[in-house]
Design a protein around this ligand. Structure first.
Ligand SMILES: NC(=O)c1ccc[n+]([C@@H]2O[C@H](COP(=O)([O-])OP(=O)(O)OC[C@H]3O[C@@H](n4cnc5c(N)ncnc54)[C@H](O)[C@@H]3O)[C@@H](O)[C@H]2O)c1
Ligand SMILES: [Zn+2]
Ligand SMILES: [Zn+2]
Length: 365
């Protein structure tokens, strides 16, 4: 029997989300029903609201959740009722060339399912889209089992939800995509939830110089607490590239663009060592925008690459939760605000103003 669940519904771009009782379909074969404990607000949700990413409306956003399994679809044996799970954006079908490669997380099912547009949610008989097949701004959702990761119950839900996207993206970009080396120098453009996680990943990898760059000077202190050795206030600098070069000699060994601005991705490339520096695009650039640079910058040996979800596979998400539980990195500073679902719009306002580092919706249990 379908159930009713409360959700924050986005009825269109540039509008506040509205709290509604939506209908949630039963889990089918290969799916489970989950009840969320918490969900972080990621800038990718805001990109959809600001029409920087294509998305059908109405939609239930939210993709940074942690949940408990409350019902199983037919034949599901991988999970049991009560399991603590994180839904991960990238499925792991185990059959496609990407899944079988052992190298990437780019399962073809991710795009295929987006195109198919299936959703478990409806309102007054009309479908309501489910963002990234997760929809964690609803109290409950129905999710395919190949997107779920069973995680340690010892991880606090208000912290661990952020591992579902922002933390995994940042740690993975540093540790999996770039493979930051001990003693290296790292520049991070934009230290929000994702960029601060790159800082933590670079510290875990043993980088000796970590330069945080942000237009919001208030980020300086928190970046330093998480491992940044230097801070460049981008709003007060007219040549960030020169400042990074001054701090690193020939340029940083690694640079990460974690905002989503093409010009910053170019600066990240210019700021790395000409011979072996690697610049990684992590921020999601608005649809239709292009990257450009002077070809000679690449000829000397610089590498310009990107990282989707930090290159992390499902098992990496569980590993990052275990590392958090073991105290290898902390999330106390990252999660700055806890909100009820009714307050989700305030979370987006604080994301835009820079007041929040990461806001998290906490569901009543
Ligand atoms: N690659 C992926 O798989 C992936 C996954 C998650 C998020 N993202 C993207 O990463 C980006 C960051 O997400 P987030 O959740 O950390 O966002 P956020 O809003 O928490 O942080 C963005 C930070 O960038 C800073 N900033 C803004 N303009 C700047 C500029 N010109 N120069 C320097 N800093 C600037 C802001 O002050 C803020 O601290 C977004 O584009 C998001 O869509 C990508
Ligand atoms: Zn995200
Ligand atoms: Zn696959």
């Amino acid at each position: 029997m379908p159930v009713k669940t409360r959700a924050a519904v986005a009825f269109g771009p540039n509008r506040d989300l509205e709290i509604r009782e939506v209908t949630l379909a039963d889990p089918q074969a290969g799916q489970v029903m989950v009840r969320f404990l918490a969900s972080g607000l990621c800038h990718s949700d805001l990109h959809v609201l600001e029409e920087k990413a294509a998305q059908q409306f109405p939609v239930i956003l939210g993709h940074e959740g942690i949940a408990e399994v409350v019902a199983l679809g037919e034949g599901v044996t991988e999970f049991a009722l009560g399991d603590r799970v994180i839904p991960y954006l990238v499925p792991d079908c185990g059959k496609c060339a990407f899944c079988l490669s052992g190298r990437t997380n780019l399962c073809v099912e991710m795009q295929a399912r987006r195109m198919a547009g299936w959703t478990p949610f409806s309102l007054d008989g009309e479908p309501v889209a489910c963002f990234m097949a997760i929809g964690s701004f609803a109290e409950m959702s129905v999710i395919p089992v190949d997107m779920l990761v069973k995680v340690d119950r010892a991880a606090r839900p208000d912290h661990a939800c952020c591992i579902a996207c922002g933390v995994t993206t940042g740690l993975g970009a540093a540790l999996i995509t770039a493979k930051v080396t001990p003693g290296s120098s790292v520049a991070v453009f934009g230290v929000g939830g994702v960029g601060l996680s790159v800082v933590q990943g670079a510290k875990l990898a043993g980088a000796s110089r970590i330069i945080a760059i942000d237009t919001n000077a208030a980020k300086k202190e928190i970046a330093a607490r998480l491992g940044a050795t230097d801070f460049i206030d981008a709003s007060a600098s007219d040549n960030i590239v020169a400042e990074v070069q001054k701090l690193t000699g020939l340029g940083a060994d690694f640079a990460f663009e974690c905002v989503g601005i093409p010009e910053l991705a170019r600066q990240a490339l210019e700021a790395v060592n000409p011979a072996w520096g690697m610049a990684v695009c992590v921020g999601v650039m608005p649809a239709g925008r292009e990257l450009s640079t002077a070809p000679f910058l690449l000829m000397t040996g610089r590498r310009w690459t990107g990282s989707l979800m930090g290159g992390a596979k499902r098992q990496d998400v569980a590993r990052f939760v275990d590392m958090y539980v073991a105290g290898e990195y902390a999330l106390d500073d990252l999660v700055s605000h806890r909100l009820s679902l009714e307050d989700v719009n305030r979370g987006f306002t604080m994301m835009k103003s820079g007041e929040a580092v990461r806001s998290v919706v906490l569901y009543e249990q």
